[in-house]
Design a protein around this ligand. Structure first.
Ligand code: F6P
Length: 483
């Protein structure tokens, strides 16, 4: 269904992503409550203000979202009148259109392909003797991924004004640029990858036709954005080796930074102070802290972080009773068994450390699994050491946020496989994320760092981390696409 471009409701700037800027929950009384998300795109879209007519196209993700679509709270169809008013109009006074894609199609595309295949490929997560297996089941899921991408391409084609800029996000929507290009040759299409990009030998595990379809889908864009030069180069390498080149599509790097103004203000509010007091109590007077805050995501390497901490307590017993590992591991993608198993393993290892080393007055690991943003900020403020050791990560904003919020300076133990390493590597303590002995040593060095050195490094880390604030990050991409 393609609408006439140029009608009154058509948008000048469109963002497309699987998860939108708002989600809805149905209460027991049947009332819908909206929860607004944060992040770079929300700030970015706010920054363009009202001059441009902007629209965010996303998927309805749960029953609440689907109900919000049915009740007309968020735009459901092309140029639906609700797009311009009511609960959907905020993300920077812009419209939101949620696509009510068939739940089975969405699950097969999101869980079955995006999170179980593409995420695994880009983060090198397969245990290759047994996986991946690409057979008929995979093909059915791949067909759903195509349908889901097609739904986005159709909606964008219907909503965009002539010559509008469309900014497509992430691996969920890799086929959208190519599909949209066929429908609307007049649009300026950008695509941004928030993940790493796989090395070519790993990417080639995908069936040949699928690998090619993904690359050609992305190259339907006028311009592709990546978080670091390393990921951009890996993508180019795949294109050169698999399809002979990038067909003239421009490629740019935009290293999303932390939002200093927001973080500094938010982290000094009363709810954060309250949680800080509780955390101090849990840690105990005079002890040092090693803090980590993550979604419980396979790539975050939380289990090896715990094993490194255990090794530190073994090899450097002087730290026993003197340090607490404050680990926040918030649930993520619990529809997938492998994520549920990983979440259970994190708790199991934390409990094992507490049983083996804990004393009546000292709990070596304080693990929290319930998402609480104010408590995360409190932990950032308290941290003597931040542990950010992903196997592979597009950027990792925690590494950038902690130095900005830290009260007394914080030493950063940082995986060299995180995108943030490109900008923060000089003042961080780098680690190979698989090497828990080296990680334990880096934790020891970080804990032993003199106060003045820690403060100096933190200042430089905070400056590097905030070099490209979210609004600027977004506007730069828009300008590069339309300029
Ligand atoms: O962090 C990388 C990223 O691709 C984000 O851009 C995106 O919001 C997230 O992962 C996807 O996570 P989820 O599956 O919880 O929506």
């Amino acid at each position: 269904m393609v609408s006439e471009p140029g009608s009154a409701a058509a948008a000048q700037v469109l963002v497309a992503s699987n998860r939108g800027p708002v989600s809805y929950a149905v209460g027991e009384d049947g009332e819908l409550t909206a929860r607004r998300g944060g992040g770079g795109l929300v700030s970015g879209l706010s920054a363009i203000g009202d001059e441009a007519d902007a629209l965010w196209v996303c998927a309805a993700l749960g029953d609440g979202d689907r109900e919000a679509v049915r009740r007309g709270i968020v735009g459901a169809g092309p140029q639906a009148p609700q797009n311009k008013g009511g609960g959907g109009r905020r993300a920077g006074e812009s419209g939101v259109r949620m696509l009510d894609i068939d739940a089975e199609v969405h699950a097969a595309a999101y869980n079955g392909i995006a999170n179980s295949v593409l995420w695994f490929v880009h983060h090198l997560l397969y245990q290759t003797p047994l996986e991946p297996v690409f057979g008929r089941e995979f093909r059915a899921r791949w067909a759903a991924y195509e349908t889901y991408n097609r739904a986005f391409a159709d909606a964008l084609a219907a909503e965009a004004a002539p010559g509008a800029a469309v900014l497509v996000q992430d691996y969920h929507l890799a086929l959208v640029p190519g599909m949209l290009r066929e429908l609307r040759g007049d649009l300026r299409i950008g695509h941004f990858s928030h993940t790493p990009w796989a090395p070519v030998d790993y990417f080639r595990m995908l069936p040949d036709d699928v690998a090619e379809q993904l690359l050609r889908g992305m190259l339907g864009a006028d311009r592709l954005g990546f978080l670091t030069g390393r990921w951009a180069d890996a993508f180019t390498d795949c294109c050169v080796r698999i399809i002979g080149g990038t067909s003239g599509t421009r490629i740019g790097v935009h290293g999303l930074g932390a939002d200093a103004d927001f973080l500094r203000e938010r982290s000094r509010r009363a709810d954060v102070e309250e949680r800080l007091a509780v955390l101090r109590e849990q840690v105990g007077e005079g002890r040092r802290t090693i803090v980590r805050v993550d979604r419980t995501e396979l790539s975050k390497n939380i289990v090896r972080g715990l094993l490194a901490y255990r090794e530190l307590l073994d090899t450097r017993p002087e730290w026993r009773e003197q340090v607490v590992h404050v680990a926040f591991a918030y649930p993520s993608r619990q529809d997938l068994a492998v994520y549920r198993d990983y979440t259970a393993e994190v708790s199991r290892v934390a409990d094992a450390i507490n049983s083996a080393y804990g004393t009546p007055g000292w709990t070596p690991v304080v693990l929290h699994v319930k998402d609480d943003f104010a408590r995360s900020l409190a932990a950032y403020r308290l941290a003597d050491v931040a542990l950010v050791n992903p196997i592979r990560d597009g950027m990792n904003l925690v590494a950038k946020e902690v130095p900005v919020v830290s009260d007394d300076g914080c030493a950063l133990v940082l995986s060299r496989e995180a995108g943030a390493y490109e900008e923060l590597g000089e003042d961080a303590l780098p680690v190979n994320p698989y090497d828990i002995t080296a990680t334990a040593e880096a934790l020891h060095t970080a804990l032993s760092m003199p106060d003045d050195e820690r403060a100096e490094r933190t200042k430089r880390l905070a400056a590097a981390a905030t070099a490209l604030p979210p609004a600027q990050w977004f506007l730069d991409q828009l300008r590069a696409l339309t300029g």
